[in-house]
Design a protein around this ligand. Structure first.
Ligand code: NAG
Ligand code: NAG
Length: 222
C-alpha cells in the first residue's frame, strides 16, 4: 500500500464513521450543487423504415449538403465512420484512467477540513490536507465523455460526436451522488424529411438542432 492509498483508506474510514452520525448527507450537498437537469438529451424519432423514404445517391452530394448546412464542424460531425478508440469502452470509468479535473478547485472542496484520528487526534499537515482535497476533487469530478453516434442515413452528416456523463459509479464519498448533465448546447445538422403531396412524395433536407451535453456535475440522484 503506497502512501496515497493509505491516505485514501484513512479518509474513507473517517467518512464512513461520519455517515453514521450525520444522516441526510445528500440534502446537505444539494445546497452546494446546481440543480440537475434530467431533460438532456433526448431525440427519439419515429421513422417509417420503408427505404422509399431514404435519401438517394443524388441527394447525398457532399458539396451541396455542406453549403446547405453552412457550418461544418469536423470535431463534431463526420460523413464517414469515425475511428474512435473510446467508443463503447467500459473501462472509461475506471479510476486509473479517470480524466483529471482542471481549472479552479471548487470552493466547497477547498474549504473542506479534515480531522485525522489515529490514536491521538490531530490536524493534518497542510500537505496532507492538500492531497486529500486533490483526491476528493478528482473523485467527484464529472468529465464529459465524448462518443460518436451513428444517426442513420436520414441524417447528414450521419455521424455526430455527443457528450455523456459517466454513470458507472457514484461521484461522492460516501456513495449517493452521480454525474448528471449540467449544461448543453445545440448544433445544426440536416434531416431527410418526406411529405406526401398531390404530385407524389416530396422529400428534402431540413435543418434540425441537435443537442449536446457540454458539462456534467456531481449531484444527488433523486
Ligand atoms: C455535386 O454538386 C456540385 C454542385 O452542384 C456539382 O458540381 C458536382 O458535380 C456534384 N458531384 C457529384 C458527385 O454529383
Ligand atoms: C452553459 O454553457 C455556456 C457556454 O458553453 C455558458 O455561457 C453558460 O453560462 C453555461 N450555463 C450554465 C448554467 O452553466
Amino acid at each position: 500500500m503506497d502512501q496515497s492509498q493509505h491516505f485514501v483508506a484513512m479518509y474513507l474510514l473517517m467518512l464512513s464513521l461520519g455517515l453514521i452520525i450525520e444522516e441526510g448527507l445528500c440534502q446537505h450537498y444539494y445546497l452546494l450543487r446546481p440543480i440537475p437537469s434530467d431533460s438532456l438529451p433526448l431525440v427519439e424519432l419515429k421513422e417509417d423504415p420503408d427505404p422509399v423514404f431514404d435519401p438517394k445517391e443524388r441527394d447525398l452530394n457532399e458539396t451541396e449538403l455542406k453549403s446547405v448546412l453552412g457550418d461544418f464542424d469536423s470535431r463534431l460531425m463526420s460523413i464517414t465512420p469515425p475511428q474512435d478508440k473510446y467508443t463503447g469502452n467500459d473501462e472509461l470509468d475506471d479510476l486509473d484512467i479517470q480524466q483529471k479535473p482542471s481549472g479552479v478547485m471548487p470552493n466547497e472542496i477547498k474549504a473542506m477540513d479534515f480531522d485525522v484520528q489515529f490514536g491521538k487526534k490531530h490536524r493534518p499537515s497542510k500537505k496532507l490536507k492538500r492531497r486529500l482535497q486533490q483526491w476528493l476533487w478528482s473523485f467527484s469530478f464529472c468529465p464529459v465523455i465524448y462518443t460518436w453516434n451513428d444517426l442513420g442515413n436520414r441524417f447528414w452528416p450521419r455521424y455526430v460526436r455527443v457528450g455523456n456523463c459517466q454513470s458507472k459509479r457514484s461521484c461522492s464519498v460516501p456513495e449517493g451522488m452521480f454525474c448528471k448533465p449540467a449544461n448543453s448546447t445545440h448544433f445544426t445538422i440536416l434531416r431527410w424529411r418526406c411529405i406526401q403531396k398531390k404530385g407524389g412524395l416530396k422529400c428534402t433536407w431540413i435543418p434540425v438542432q441537435y443537442p449536446m451535453i457540454t458539462e456534467c456535475k456531481c449531484v444527488c440522484s433523486n
